[in-house]
Ligand binder design. Structure first.
Ligand code: ADP
Ligand code: ADP
Length: 229
């Protein structure tokens, strides 16, 4: 389960300016589709429409053949895991921040997820900028560590669909590779939409869609797109 479809989607935030101009693509269950393109092309808008933060003007967004307009916000949130560019952590322990992925998960499950994401050693600490009731300062987390918290959260949640919106773009290239490897593990077997700036970061996607000015300019595997350029 977890097939995602955009069918001739037209969308604008305000009536004078079209953002998506007939976007159609399909992500078969368990496959990975990457959406690349310049800033402002409409990539993040696609992610917001999958969550139905906004209603489209025409076309349809479907999950397993069901129009997202007929799905509750709660079910959408449960079905889709999101790793954004910058993960914002709540004023509570890292463990609590991970448990947010599946409220009701046991301590053991949280610890396991943290270990898989390689942040098992500091999950009882608060994040940077916060202070505990006994005055202990929050732990300063690097960008990569924050993304690992988001990854642990997603491991715990185990959603059928994964949305990675520039999840590694704020990291230095060494950390980017490490986090990319962790994300590859999490996305295995899940329907995954990767939003990225550059082709070079999405080499293994089953299909790459190049979005320009709200339209699909090109599509194909990485090898196919490289041949054309
Ligand atoms: P990308 O992710 O490819 O950089 P976005 O989907 O974020 O592009 O944005 C596409 C266009 O829509 C941009 O020009 C952006 O300024 C505009 N936009 C994004 N969000 C809003 C909004 N809430 N209201 C109006 N315009 C928006
Ligand atoms: P990013 O691509 O880093 O996600 P965006 O440009 O999409 O950043 O926008 C960040 C936030 O600001 C989004 O929540 C979006 O709704 C809002 N936003 C972006 N562009 C506009 C705009 N032109 N008018 C109003 N809100 C906007």
């Amino acid at each position: 389960a977890g097939k995602v479809e955009f069918r001739d989607v037209h969308f604008s935030y305000d009536p004078n300016r079209k953002i998506l101009k007939g976007v159609s693509f399909e992500v078969p269950a368990g496959k990975t589709v990457a959406i690349v393109g310049p800033s402002g092309a409409g990539k993040s808008t696609i992610s917001r429409l999958l969550f139905r933060f906004y209603d489209i003007q025409s076309g349809a967004v479907l999950i397993d053949g069901q129009d997202v307009r007929d799905v509750t916000q709660e079910s959408l949130r449960a079905a889709i895991g999101m790793v954004p560019q910058d993960t914002v952590l709540f004023n509570d322990t890292i463990a609590y921040n991970i448990r947010y992925g599946r409220v009701g998960a046991s301590e053991e499950e949280v610890r396991k997820a943290a270990e898989l994401a390689q942040i098992g050693s500091f999950i009882e600490r608060l994040p940077d900028g916060y202070r505990s009731m006994v005055g202990e300062r929050g732990l300063k987390l690097s960008g990569g560590e924050k993304q690992r918290v988001a990854i642990a959260r997603t491991i715990l949640k185990a959603p059928p669909i994964l949305m990675l919106d520039e999840a590694t773009s704020a990291l230095d290239s060494h950390t980017e590779q490490e986090i990319q490897a962790a994300l590859d593990l999490v996305s295995r077997g899940r329907t995954t939409i990767v939003i990225a700036h550059r082709l070079s970061t999405v080499i293994t996607a089953d299909e790459i869609i190049v979005l320009k000015d709200g339209q699909i300019a090109e599509r194909g595997t990485h090898a196919e797109l490289m041949l054309k350029h």
